[in-house]
Design a protein around this ligand. Structure first.
Ligand code: ZN
Ligand code: ZN
Ligand code: FE
Length: 762
C-alpha cells in the first residue's frame, strides 16, 4: 500500500480531466481525491503500488482529447486510509499559469446527439461537452468558470445542471453546456437588421443561400460571409461587395468525402481537416470540380474547412451538403466583425444574417494551414490552436510580453518554459484591430495569471505594437527590448524546434526593418538567441515609391532592370511611358526610394518581368502565382548569379552579397525570347534554391556550423521550402522549418520571447 501526491500541468482544466482521473482511480481501486489547484491538477491516490504505477501510465496515455499534459510529477505521502476517491471543489487561488483549451470542433458524441431524433439536444445548434465546444472565444476572465464566460447569462435548466454535476457524465463541469430549454437561440435578421418572423431561422437562411443570396452567419470567433460556392454570380457578387479583388475564399464542405471530391487530400491533410482544431487546409484542386473559379482565381489550391460547430453541421445539412464559401465577415482587410458592430460593418454586404445570443468575447479568425512534405506548415495560427502554448528550450527568468509585428500580428506571453501565443490579431493598421490587441493582451495576462515584467517589440519605429510597447514600458517602468525583425524570425524557428545552439538562419520575407534603416528581407544570419551577425544578403536595390512598390510589382521590375543595366523595352509594352519615366526619375534621384534586400520584392520583380502580374490585390499574390506556375513545370536550368564579398555595417564587417543582376538579365532575355512565364517561374525557384545552398555552403566553410533554420513568410512557398530543405539535407546540413507557428510575421512574437528570455538569463 502506498499514497502518492501527483501533480499534472498543462491543459488540464475545463477539458474533463478530473472525471477522467476519477474513472481511472475507480478502475484501479484507488482512494483519495483530485482537485484543480493554481493552474494544475493535484491528485492524491492511495492503493496497491503496482496499481498506482499503472494509474500513472494511463494518466499520461489515455487523457481526454482536449487535455494536453506538459508535466507530470509525483512524490510519496503518508497513508491516510481514505475510503473512496472523490472530486474536490476547486480552491480559489489565482497563482500559477492556467492553460485554457482552444475552441474545439464538435466531437463525435455530440454530433451523434445532434442528429439523433430521440435525443433531447436533437438539432440544437449550441450543444457541446467537456471534449468539445467554444473556449477561448467565450472567456471573459480567469479562472475558467461559467460565470466568467459569455454563457453567464444562461442559467442552466435542471437537466443540464444534473449532467454538469455528475462526475460520470461527459458534461461534468462542461462550462458552456446548454440545451434548447436553457441555452442560446438562433435568430434570422434581414439586410437592415430587422428580426424575421420565420419559425425556422436555419431553414430560411439555407433557402436564401440556395437561391443565390449572400448570408452572414455568426460562428465561434466572429461572423462569416457565406454563399453557394458553385454559383459564379453569387461568389462574384460577394467579391464585389466585399471589395476583395482576387484573394481566395475558403469553402466549407460537409465531410472528408466531399473534401476529397473537390481536392487531393493526403493523409496528413486528412488528419488536419478532421482534427479538433479544424483549420482551413489549403488543398490542391481536382479539376474539374463544382466550385466556381471565382472562389480562388488563378490558384491551384483551395482552402477547405469542415463544419466545426453544431450550427455549421446543421447548416451543411440544411443546404443539402453543397459547398459554401466561408470567409471572414469583413470588408477587404479589416478585422472580422464579431459583435455589436456587425450590422454596421456588414451593411450592404450581407442580404441576411443568421445570428444568435451567445456573445463572442474574443474575436478569433479561422486558422489556415497547409502541408509541405506531409508536415504541417501553419499559415495563420488562430481558432483551435490559440492559446495553446509552445514549449521553449529555455526558461523565461521573468514573465515576458512580446508584441510581435504589424501585419498578421500575434503577441506572446512567456512564462517559465512556455510561450502562450495569441490568436491572429490581423493588421494593426486598423484601429479596431489595435483596440482588440490591447484588450486581449490584458485578457491573456489574466488567463495565464502573470504580469509581464519585460516587454519586447520589433525595431520598426512605426509599428503600432512598437508604440504600444514604448508606452507600456514607460507607464509601468518595464524594461523594453527591441529585437531585429529577422533575428526574431530566426529565433522563432529555433525555439519551436528546441534549438539553443548557434545556427545559420535563412530568413526570407517581404519587409523587415534593418539595423541600417534599410528594408531587409533576403537575409542570412549567423547567430543564436543572444546575438546575430548579418553574414549575407541579397543585393540592395531601390524600392521606388516605398510601400507603393509592394502593391505594384512593376516598380520593382523597373528598379531591378535599372540596377542590372538591362534596359530592354520589356515593360514599355505594358506600362504607360509616363509612369515608367516617373519611376525612373524617382529611382535616379533616390527620393522615396528606400533600399531593400527583400526576397519578396525579388519575387515581385520576376513576376512582373515574366508578364505574370504588374499589380497585386493582396499581399504575396505575385509569389503565390509564381509558385503555382512553377509547380507544373519540370525543373531544367537555373539562372546565373554571383556571390561577392563586401565590407558593411558599423563596425565594418565582411558580408557576402548575392548579386542578382545576372539573374535579372537572364530573366529579361527569357521573357523577350518568348519563354513561357511558367518556365521562368520554375527556373527562378531553382535559382533561389541554388542561392540558398551556395550561401549556406559558404557560411559553413566560414563557421563550421551545420544547422540551418528557415524562417520568414517566403517559406510559406511549398515548392521552395521543399526543394531548399532537400538540397540542404543533401549538402549535409540539419535543416529546421516551422511546424507549430507560421513562418510569416504571425510567428515573430515567439522568437521575440525566446530572445528576451536568453538575453535576460544573465
Ligand atoms: Zn462534445
Ligand atoms: Zn438545459
Ligand atoms: Fe517578416
Amino acid at each position: 500500500m502506498q499514497r502518492r501526491m501527483i501533480e499534472v500541468r498543462g491543459i488540464v482544466q475545463g477539458v474533463g480531466f478530473r472525471p477522467f482521473v476519477y474513472g481511472l482511480a475507480a478502475r484501479h481501486r484507488l482512494t483519495g481525491f483530485v482537485r484543480n489547484q493554481a493552474g494544475r491538477v493535484v491528485i492524491e491516490a492511495e492503493g496497491d503500488s503496482l496499481a498506482l504505477d499503472r494509474f500513472l501510465v494511463e494518466l499520461a496515455d489515455r487523457s481526454p482529447p482536449l487535455a494536453h499534459i506538459k508535466e507530470l510529477s509525483w512524490e510519496p505521502r503518508q497513508l491516510c486510509g481514505d475510503q473512496a476517491f472523490c472530486i474536490e471543489a476547486s480552491e480559489v487561488d489565482d497563482s500559477g499559469a492556467v492553460f485554457i483549451s482552444p475552441d474545439s470542433a464538435t466531437c463525435q458524441d455530440c454530433l451523434s446527439e445532434l442528429l439523433d431524433p430521440t435525443n433531447r439536444r436533437h438539432g440544437y445548434p449550441f450543444l457541446n461537452c467537456t471534449n468539445c465546444g467554444p473556449r477561448l472565444t467565450i472567456i471573459t476572465g480567469a479562472p475558467y468558470d461559467r460565470s466568467l464566460t459569455t454563457m453567464s447569462g444562461f442559467p442552466m435548466c435542471a437537466a443540464c445542471r444534473a449532467e454538469f454535476e455528475d462526475p460520470g457524465d461527459r458534461r461534468f463541469h462542461a462550462q458552456p453546456t446548454a440545451c434548447s430549454a436553457c441555452g442560446p437561440r438562433l435568430q434570422l435578421l434581414d439586410a437592415d437588421g430587422q428580426p424575421s418572423s420565420t419559425p425556422d431561422p436555419l431553414a430560411s437562411f439555407a433557402q436564401a443561400l440556395l437561391a443565390g443570396k449572400i448570408g452572414a452567419i455568426k460562428g465561434l470567433g466572429g461572423y462569416h460571409l457565406t454563399c453557394d460556392a458553385r454559383r459564379h454570380d453569387a461568389v462574384g457578387e460577394l467579391r464585389c461587395r466585399k471589395h476583395r479583388d482576387e484573394k481566395p475564399f475558403a469553402v466549407m464542405v460537409p465531410d472528408i468525402a466531399a473534401a476529397a471530391a473537390l481536392c487531393e487530400v493526403s493523409s496528413a491533410e486528412r488528419e488536419l481537416l478532421l482534427s479538433t482544431q479544424a483549420p482551413i487546409v489549403l488543398l490542391r484542386k481536382r479539376l474539374p470540380h463544382v466550385v466556381t473559379d471565382e472562389v480562388a482565381p488563378l490558384n491551384p489550391r483551395l482552402g477547405v474547412v469542415l463544419p466545426y460547430s453544431p450550427l455549421h453541421h446543421l447548416l451543411m445539412r440544411a443546404v443539402s451538403c453543397i459547398p459554401l464559401v466561408m470567409t471572414s465577415g469583413n470588408r477587404s482587410d479589416e478585422p472580422i466583425a464579431y459583435v455589436e458592430d456587425v450590422m454596421e460593418r456588414l451593411a450592404g454586404i450581407a442580404d441576411l444574417f443568421l445570428t444568435h445570443d451567445r456573445p463572442i468575447h474574443v474575436r478569433c479568425d479561422d486558422s489556415v494551414t497547409r502541408v509541405i512534405d506531409e508536415i504541417e506548415s501553419p499559415v495563420r495560427r488562430s481558432r483551435g490552436y490559440a492559446p495553446r502554448p509552445v514549449t521553449l528550450p529555455i526558461d523565461c527568468p521573468r514573465p515576458i510580453l512580446a508584441v510581435g509585428g504589424q501585419l498578421k500580428a500575434t503577441f506572446a506571453l512567456g512564462c517559465g518554459n512556455q510561450a502562450f501565443l495569441s490568436h491572429h490579431m490581423g493588421d494593426l493598421d486598423h484601429y479596431d484591430a489595435f483596440r482588440a490587441f490591447e484588450r486581449d493582451v490584458g485578457l491573456y495576462e489574466q488567463l495565464v495569471g502573470v504580469t509581464p515584467e519585460w516587454i519586447v517589440c520589433d525595431q520598426h519605429p512605426d509599428y503600432a505594437t512598437t508604440r504600444f510597447a514604448e508606452e507600456r514600458s514607460r507607464r509601468l517602468r518595464q524594461q523594453l527590448l527591441r529585437v531585429q525583425h529577422h533575428h526574431a524570425h530566426m529565433a522563432s524557428c529555433m525555439a519551436e524546434n528546441g534549438l539553443t545552439e548557434t545556427v545559420i538562419g535563412v530568413t526570407f520575407d517581404g519587409t523587415g526593418y534593418g539595423t541600417d534603416g534599410a528594408v531587409w528581407g533576403g537575409e542570412f544570419l549567423v547567430g543564436n538567441y543572444r546575438e546575430f551577425r548579418r553574414s549575407a544578403h541579397l543585393r540592395y536595390v531601390g524600392m521606388p515609391g516605398g510601400e507603393q512598390a509592394i502593391r505594384e510589382p512593376w516598380r520593382m521590375a523597373v528598379a531591378q532592370l535599372a540596377d542590372a543595366d538591362a534596359e530592354s523595352g520589356l515593360l514599355e509594352t505594358r506600362c504607360l511611358r509616363r509612369d515608367l519615366l516617373a519611376v525612373k526619375t524617382v529611382l535616379s534621384r533616390r527620393a522615396f526610394t528606400p533600399l531593400t534586400s527583400s526576397a519578396g520584392r525579388l519575387f515581385d520583380a520576376i513576376a512582373s518581368l515574366a508578364g505574370i502580374r504588374d499589380r497585386v490585390s493582396y499581399e504575396g499574390q505575385a509569389a503565390v502565382e509564381l509558385e503555382a506556375l512553377a509547380e507544373d513545370v519540370p525543373p531544367d536550368i537555373s539562372y546565373p548569379f554571383e556571390l561577392s564579398q563586401q565590407v558593411e555595417g558599423n563596425p565594418p564587417e565582411p558580408v557576402l552579397i548575392v548579386d542578382t543582376r545576372e539573374l535579372i538579365r537572364a530573366v529579361t532575355r527569357d521573357a523577350m525570347t518568348g519563354t513561357s512565364a511558367a518556365r521562368i517561374a520554375r527556373r527562378f525557384h531553382s535559382t533561389l534554391v541554388e542561392i540558398i545552398a551556395r550561401v549556406c555552403g559558404h557560411l559553413h566553410e566560414e563557421t563550421g556550423l551545420t544547422s540551418v533554420v528557415l524562417g520568414g513568410g517566403v517559406f510559406m512557398n511549398a515548392l521552395l521550402t521543399s526543394e531548399v530543405y532537400r538540397q540542404l539535407c543533401r549538402d549535409g546540413f540539419r535543416v529546421y522549418r516551422h511546424r507549430l507557428v507560421p513562418p510569416n510575421d504571425g510567428g515573430l512574437s515567439l522568437g521575440q520571447v525566446a530572445i528576451a528570455a536568453a538575453l535576460h538569463c544573465g
